[in-house]
Ligand binder design. Structure first.
Ligand code: HEC
Length: 147
């Protein structure tokens, strides 16, 4: 049986999502990913050597953590993108769908334009060690990036 959260992603997949910026248009999201993100993240989210971590697997793990969700909204590639908040949320949801196992997504609410907007006023200053701590399951010791 489908749980409510998976219904949200089903709506996202089918392009029926009512809230703007979720994934109104999968083709547009893919194109925007290819134009604005692929240069660093690779066509399949595989990353680039040691400089850009792979999104495959870790993206959903981060999105499932409250502080991890805040982290992925506040990395420079997201806060400094020339895409508006709505299209950025759409691309992020597309990357989550493309680069994650469907069963992991069930516990993750889709990213909204409002969240992207809010994160833009709070870009991350310290990134790679925070990422490592989040993925190791440690509590970040700096001021909580979650709120
Ligand atoms: C100039 C290279 C560059 C571009 C362009 C870029 N990113 Fe990134 N991105 C990075 C790097 C490097 C990281 C790792 C964290 C850091 O050091 O900023 C990252 C991390 C991320 C993360 C966190 C995932 C994780 O596992 O750490 C997300 C989500 C993300 N980027 C999304 C995007 C999206 C969406 C776009 C396009 C709108 C984009 N990025 C464009 C370089 C880039």
């Amino acid at each position: 049986m489908l749980k409510p959260k998976s219904l949200v992603w089903l709506a996202v997949l089918c392009g029926f999502a009512a809230s703007p910026g979720v994934l109104a248009d999968g083709t547009r999201a893919r194109q925007n990913y290819l134009i604005y993100c692929m240069g660093c993240h690779g066509e399949k989210g595989e990353g680039f050597g040691e400089q850009v971590p792979s999104m495959r697997g870790s993206l959903a793990r981060l999105a499932a953590l409250r502080d991890g969700r805040s982290f992925l909204l506040r990395v420079p590639g997201v806060t400094q993108s020339s895409l508006d908040a709505e299209l950025t949320a759409e691309v992020l949801n597309w990357t989550l769908l493309e680069f994650s196992e469907p069963e992991v997504l069930r516990s993750i609410p889709p990213i909204t334009a409002a969240e992207v907007e809010q994160a833009r006023s709070r870009p991350l200053l310290e990134i790679s060690s925070l990422r490592a701590r989040l993925l190791q399951g440690d509590k970040p010791d700096q001021e909580s990036p979650g709120r």
